[in-house]
Design a protein around this ligand. Structure first.
Ligand SMILES: [Zn+2]
Length: 303
């Protein structure tokens, strides 16, 4: 879950935000594909850091996969572009739309430079190697130069065989590097942190997990399920409430989670007592002076 994904169900996004969301979702598809291949086809066990976002010299860098082997550290960048493209030194251009995208090989070089800088700063001595994986079955790149770093979909099997031959004796020092890198990881990009939204301006309803629709109860007697008015998905009412309250916590970590706040958030679709019972399954009630608010029973605030 990310902020934009939740927000788009409750407010209109501007063009930049919509584009960011689209790019990210496409990226997620490709990354999920590689993540699955790595877990199924990798016989050796390097340390794997997925979606590593870090800051160096005041700028941010995101790496899809970072694999720590015994002697080297492999950056894997995944591109899930669909369609026919023409290769250019600085841009690759989509044939039918003539739209240009930054050459992913150059992005890879930049990512390598930044990671190398981070390694120097953190006193990590490891060789960095890189691979760029094109994962979409409908992707073709005209005039692509021969480049051993670039892996097209039909070459992924061979690529995995190469990885399986790499020495992979993971020791304590590798674990230390891995833990250090994990601790430097940023939770969200600076752009994401800059997105502004206001509680009062967001739509108050139970949102659907599968689409941007709103969920309602079909009739007053049916207390167990809610249904999406757009895609007709059915969800257990309690789960939908907890999912929506988790989104509220995620978007507004500074707000105190009171019964009235959650009630307003879900569009007053439930009685106070019923909501109280549902919230009690995940949160505990904390009294501060004359007011009460909810906090999670465990500290895991992940969605
Ligand atoms: Zn839906």
């Amino acid at each position: 879950m990310n902020k934009l994904e939740i927000l788009k169900k409750r407010m209109p996004l501007n063009a930049t935000e919509s584009r960011l969301l689209l790019v990210r979702n496409l990226g997620i598809e490709g990354e999920a594909f590689i993540s699955r291949i790595l877990s199924e086809k990798l016989n050796v066990q390097p340390l794997v850091l997925e979606d590593f976002l870090f800051e160096i010299d005041g700028s941010e860098c995101q790496i899809d996969f970072l694999l720590i082997f015994e002697y080297e550290c492999l950056i894997i960048e995944v591109k899930h572009y669909d369609g026919d493209y023409i290769y250019g030194d600085e841009f690759i251009t989509k044939l039918n739309t003539k739209k240009s995208y930054p050459n992913p090989t150059l992005q890879l070089v930049r990512a390598t430079d930044r990671l190398a800088k981070l390694f120097v700063k953190e006193n990590i001595r490891m060789k960095i190697i890189t691979s760029l994986l094109y994962t979409h079955p409908g992707f073709y790149l005209y005039h692509a130069p021969v480049d051993s770093r670039v892996v097209f979909l039909p070459q992924i099997k061979k690529f995995m065989e190469t990885l399986n031959k790499k020495p992979c004796g993971i020791q304590e020092r590798h674990e230390r590097v891995f833990e250090r890198l994990k601790s430097l990881r940023l939770e969200s990009s600076s752009y994401e942190r800059k997105i502004t939204y206001d509680f009062d301006e967001l739509k108050k309803c139970v949102t659907c997990a599968k689409c941007d629709g709103e969920m309602v109860r079909k009739n007053a007697g049916d207390r167990k399920y809610v249904y999406c008015t757009l895609c007709d998905t059915q969800e257990n009412f309690q789960e939908a409430m907890l999912r929506n309250s988790a989104e509220l916590e995620y978007l507004f970590p500074e707000k105190r989670l009171t019964l009235s706040l959650v009630l307003e958030w879900v569009g007053d679709c439930i009685s106070r007592q019923f909501l109280r019972n549902i919230l009690a399954t995940r949160y505990k009630l904390v009294r501060s002076g004359r007011t009460t608010h909810y906090v999670r029973r465990n500290l895991d605030r992940k969605l």
